[in-house]
Design a protein. Sequence first.
Length: 305
Amino acid sequence: MSGLSEGAWADRARDAVLRGLYRLGWRTASRLPESLVRVLVGALGRLAVVRPGRHVRQLRHNLAAATGTTVPDGLLARGVASYLRTFWEVLALPGWSATATVGRVQTVGEQALRDAYAGPGAVVALPHSGNWDLAGAWACRTGMPVTTVAERLSEAEYQAFVAFRESLGMEVLAHGDPGVISGLAGALRQGRLVCLVADRDLDGTGVPIRWAGRAVTMPAGPAMVARRTGAVLLPAVCSYEAQQMVIRFGTPIAHRPGRAGLVAMTQEVADFFAARIAEQPQDWHLMQPFFDAAPYANPHAGARR
């Protein structure tokens, strides 16, 4: 008998269950009728508003801060449904052909990305909006292999998602590894596209900026990598329109020197994120703390649209 503790055995069992569930989902999700998925995620979104857990309450707070107003129950339900749609798409992606994957994506401002990719290289900064895995798969399928960074949650989840993204053509580096910035710089030199989810400050080392007038911190990694390598820094936001996803690219952000330059570059990224998310807030899937607690911590729960 191994000397593992009871807690270690529980962790191993949880990891095994997670790996099994993800494998099952990636094998079967693409076979579900999409009409059924739409009905299910809509119903679950409405149920989540009636019986909100901690993450749904946090989503309401984040959406209220992002829009500057009380969040109606209808908007919150659409937000949960959008998150669940993204989760289903992530599971279904390996079962889609390259043609089907590309066909699900529209773009606005794509030429700026193509021009940068053909020249000095491109670093694309995205928020937790829409399906950033679908955006990465689209880039890989259209001739721009992606290198990205993934947060380490449990080892099972991390390894599962690394394998999933690698199957789509992406290279994945681990957030927090000492050589991650150098790894991203190397990827750009090798002709890869660097895409980084860049709204949430995971480790508390981000730079201070303002989002729709509110003080927050955001990671400076995208600006840092772009500036170190000479690559173009482009903000982008994904959102859903009917059965497709739209990726909207901003204009290139000018490089600026010093720490003040990193803050200014990151502020421009935040300004683009904030403007686009305010237009379609239901597709921003940030269910972790981001803004401070006031003044939207306790929005009027009965508000409806």
